[in-house]
Design a protein around this ligand. Structure first.
Ligand code: FES
Length: 163
C-alpha cells in the first residue's frame, strides 16, 4: 500500500516540507500585503469627507393626535425606521428614533420620569438630546428634526448624537 502511494506520489519527505514551507510563506506574504492594503483603504475611506445626508420632508402626524404627556409612533425616513413623537409640554414636540442603540429594542416614553426607556436591558435616554442616561446603549438615540406648521408636524431630518 505504502509503495503504491510512493509510486503515485514520488515526492520525498524533505522536498514535501520544503514546498509546504515555501507555499506557507507565500500565502503569509500575500495575506499580510492584503491586510495592509485593506487597512490603508479603510483609513483613507474614514478620512474622506462625506456630505450631509439629505432627507425628504414628510408629514408624520397631526399635532392634535399627540396627547399631552404622551407619544405617537411613526416611521421616518423609511417605512421600517420606527420613531416616537412626544409632546412633553403643551405645544412642545420632540421625536427620536424608536430603535434602541444597544440591540434595537423599541424604546418608550416615560412621562413620569421624563425620559425615554428601553425595557430590554434597562437602558434610558435623555429627552433633551437623546444622550444615554443609563444602561448598556453605546450611543445616543438619533433625534428626528421636526417642523410644526399649524396642526401638522413634519419630519425634516435625522440628527445622530454621535456624529
Ligand atoms: S436593547 Fe435597549 S438597552 Fe439593550
Amino acid at each position: 500500500m505504502e509503495e503504491k502511494l510512493r509510486e503515485d506520489f514520488p515526492i520525498d519527505w524533505e522536498e514535501d516540507n520544503y514546498v509546504s514551507r515555501r507555499e506557507f510563506f507565500k500565502f503569509m506574504t500575500l495575506a499580510s500585503g492584503g491586510l495592509a492594503l485593506g487597512t490603508l483603504g479603510l483609513a483613507a475611506w474614514a478620512e474622506f469627507p462625506r456630505g450631509e445626508r439629505q432627507f425628504e420632508r414628510a408629514l408624520v402626524a397631526q399635532a392634535s393626535d399627540v396627547p399631552l404627556g404622551g407619544s405617537l409612533p411613526f416611521a421616518y425616513p423609511r417605512p421600517h425606521d420606527i420613531c416616537l413623537l412626544i409632546q412633553d409640554a403643551p405645544g412642545h414636540y420632540i421625536a427620536f428614533s424608536r430603535r434602541c442603540t444597544h440591540l434595537s429594542c423599541p424604546v418608550e416614553y416615560q412621562a413620569d420620569k421624563k425620559r425615554i426607556y428601553c425595557p430590554c436591558h434597562n437602558g434610558a435616554f435623555s429627552l433633551d438630546d437623546g444622550h444615554v442616561l443609563q444602561g448598556p446603549p453605546p450611543r445616543p438615540l438619533p433625534r428626528i428634526q421636526l417642523e410644526v406648521v399649524a396642526d401638522q408636524i413634519y419630519a425634516t431630518g435625522v440628527m445622530r448624537g454621535d456624529a
